[in-house]
Design a protein around this ligand. Sequence first.
Ligand SMILES: [Zn+2]
Length: 433
Amino acid sequence: MGTNLASYRTALKLLGDIRRPRAVWARERDANIRRLVLEAYNRNTFYRELMDRHEIDPTRVEGASDLARFPVLTKADLLAAGEKLVTQGRKPLMALHTSGTSRLMGEVKLDQEGLNTVRSLVLYNTLLRGRISWRPLLGRVRILAVLMLGHSTHQLMALTPQWLTRIRYLDIGVSLDEMLDAIRAFRPHVLHAYPSTLLRLARHIEEQGICLDNRFFHVSSFAEMLDERLRIYLERVYQAPINNFYSTVETVLLSKTCPKGRLHLTLPTLLHCDVIDSVTGAASNEGELCVTNLYNRCTPLIRYNLKDLVRLERGLCDCGWTTPLITCLAGRVSTLLRLPDGRTVSGFALSDVPSRVPQVLQMQVVQSRLEEIACRVILDGSNDLGDTLARIENEIRRIIQHPGVRIVVETVSELDTRGPGRKTPAVIPMEHS
Ligand SMILES: [Zn+2]
């Protein structure tokens, strides 16, 4: 029970952190950075060699701004480092496996201290949803998780504190009726699934006029793009707030959607994030997201490039959270559309399209041939299409700027789920289609 209470206390502290003045959490973050860098230099062969090679004096790293002197690491660097990446004196108790689109398998090891923090993160995210709730203390919280079983998300869910939760898993491949039966029988407080799964089920509920008769504490969505319009639609159908979060195996939790519907970095004292330009590698507001994990000392990650594309916003949100805002951009670095003239268009150039056209809940762009781009959309209120399809076509044409490419826009009821973990990719480039 001691560690349970400690997890709860840490989770409550994290809830407080996101509302503290920036200068306050920045001080604590910088102290954590100093500790991480010193330990990495003194007890981690990989980082000692790296700092020596780049002439970084660990005692002169004072905080986040000094991290820019570290080179950006990729998954290939970590794989090459092997056992050198494990800090001496930190006993690995659990390995979290990373896979993802790079098709490289890696692992992040956690010692007891790291594992305790991860348990608090899962509690903070799954049960507390960015505000204090007494629900977890009133009884065990029932979570229905619809996932590709065996995937890394499943392994993270296994870290959800058992004393507070009962989790039932359904494979993402089950029918919508089986999902509805599971909701009726299990009566979950939390439904946990990709946005595409939530959308598929929500449309079925609406079209069939089904009464769910279940009160959700919240509905968790993750791992795929969730536009504002889709969030509002899902909240209406499930009659519950959507807890949208962004997680990676390397960080466990990275960011969450605030009560105003915007995505914030939510672990200001435990993670530091910086963004680099995809071409030049220089610090930028838009580009590839690099993380420095301040709580995992067993496999330290300093400026590790997640290869996810984001835009970092500078201002403060009016929700009361002081942490930085980010916008996730569709697709990863490797997702490129190719044009007949040899140019490429990065998948994230298309990420604003759904928000510009009314009725679009989800969109997927597929390139199967050089001269043709197919755009599949799921619309809200599909009876009156109006000029929606033409507007989508115009938006895409404006971005790719090539008259020789045929753009086919069609409405569908389901999108292709061929991403890792059977996710729904926003863009499927030619080499994958
Ligand atoms: Zn906010």
